[in-house]
Design a protein around this ligand. Structure first.
Ligand code: GDP
Length: 298
C-alpha cells in the first residue's frame, strides 16, 4: 500500500521548536495562534479555514501551557473532524452499467485516475469499460489506451475531433450489451472555452440519459493537489459545468499543499473518494482522515 500523504512534515516542529514532546512549552495565546494560522495558510489551508481551525483549538484553552504533543493532537483532531464527513469511497450502485463521468482540467490526472480506478474495480471482479471522451486530444486518447492495457480493460475510442457525445452513446450501448458493471467516461478539460465545454458535457449527459435516465451515476472531479488554492476555483467552475458528485485529489505524494483538502472539505463538503499518491497503477488510495490529519500536522 502506498504511503499516505506525507504532506507537510514538521509543521508543528517549526512552531514549537525542539524539545521533549510531552513538556508543556508554550501558552496557547494570541501570538501562538497567529503563528499557527500562518503555518496552516502556508500549507494551503486557506485563511478562512485556518482561522476556524485555530479558533476551535483555542476554545476553552486560551492561555493554557501545552506540550508539542498536545498541540499536535488538538490540531490533528480539528483537521480530522473537518475531513471525516467527506472521506467516502465512490459509491457503487446495483445499476448496470454504473456510469462514471470523469471531469477536470487537462493535466489534473484524469487519464491516470481512470486507469487506476479501472484497475481497482477489475481487481474486485467488476467488468469495466472506458470511453476516451477527450476526442480532441490525441495524446489523451493514446494515454488512456495505455492505461486500459495495463488495467486489462477495453478502451473505446473515436476518430480525432469527432463528437464525444456520439462516442459516449456508442460506449453506453456496448457497456449495456456486454453487461458491464462500470462505464467510465473521460471528458475534455479545456477550460479556455467554458461555454463549449459546458455544452459538450451537457450533450454527453443528454445522450447517455437516452439509454439510462438515471445516468451518470457519479461525476468525479479530478483535482491536482499541487495547484493549491486553484483547486478551489476549479471546484467552483466545474460545479457550474456538471453535477459534481465527488472528488479525487491527485499528486498528494510529495506536495506541501495538502492543506487545500481541508479548505475544500470545509467549503464544499463534497466527498473525497480517493487520493493519488504516485504515477503507478496502484498509487490510488482511499482517503483516510486520521492518517491525513497526522501527516499534515507532522
Ligand atoms: P489528464 O490530462 O488530466 O488526463 O492528466 P494525466 O492523467 O495525463 O496526468 C498528468 C500527469 O500527472 C502525468 O504525468 C501523470 O503521471 C501525473 N500524475 C497523475 N496522478 C498523479 C499522482 O497521484 N501523483 C503523481 N506524482 N503524479 C500523478
Amino acid at each position: 500500500t502506498p504511503d499516505p500523504v506525507p504532506a507537510a512534515p514538521g509543521l508543528l516542529g517549526r512552531l514549537m521548536g525542539r524539545g521533549k514532546a510531552d513538556e508543556p512549552r508554550r501558552a496557547l495565546d494570541d501570538d501562538m495562534l497567529e503563528q499557527l494560522e500562518d503555518l496552516l495558510v502556508g500549507a494551503d489551508m486557506g485563511v478562512d479555514t485556518a482561522l476556524r481551525v485555530t479558533a476551535n483549538m483555542a476554545e476553552g484553552r486560551l492561555g493554557k501551557r501545552l506540550s508539542t504533543r498536545e498541540i499536535k493532537e488538538l490540531l490533528a483532531a480539528e483537521v480530522a473532524r473537518i475531513m471525516e464527513p467527506v472521506a467516502r469511497p465512490m459509491p457503487i450502485y446495483a445499476k448496470r452499467p454504473q456510469v462514471v463521468l470523469v471531469v477536470g482540467v487537462n493535466g489534473s490526472g484524469k487519464t491516470t485516475t481512470i486507469g487506476k480506478l479501472a484497475s481497482q474495480f477489475k481487481a474486485v471482479g467488476k467488468k469495466v469499460v472506458i470511453a476516451a471522451g477527450d476526442t480532441f486530444r490525441a495524446a489523451a486518447v493514446e494515454q488512456l489506451q495505455v492505461w486500459g492495457d495495463r488495467a486489462g480493460v477495453p478502451v473505446l475510442t473515436a476518430p480525432e475531433g469527432s463528437d464525444p457525445a456520439s462516442l459516449a452513446f456508442d460506449a453506453m450501448t456496448r457497456a449495456q450489451e456486454e453487461g458491464a458493471d462500470l462505464l467510465m467516461i473521460d471528458t475534455a478539460g479545456r477550460l479556455q472555452n467554458r461555454a463549449d465545454l459546458m455544452e459538450e458535457l451537457a450533450k454527453i449527459v443528454r445522450v447517455i440519459q437516452k439509454k439510462d435516465p438515471s445516468a451518470p451515476h457519479n461525476t468525479l472531479l479530478v483535482l491536482d493537489a499541487t495547484t493549491g488554492q486553484n483547486a478551489l476555483n476549479q471546484v467552483d467552475t466545474f460545479q457550474k459545468l456538471a453535477d459534481v458528485s465527488g472528488l479525487v485529489m491527485t499528486k498528494l505524494d510529495g506536495t506541501a499543499k495538502g492543506g487545500v483538502l481541508v479548505a475544500l472539505a470545509d467549503r464544499f463538503g463534497l466527498p473525497i473518494h480517493a487520493i493519488g499518491v504516485g504515477e503507478q497503477i496502484d498509487d490510488l488510495a482511499p482517503f483516510d482522515p486520521e492518517d491525513f490529519a497526522a501527516a499534515l500536522t507532522g
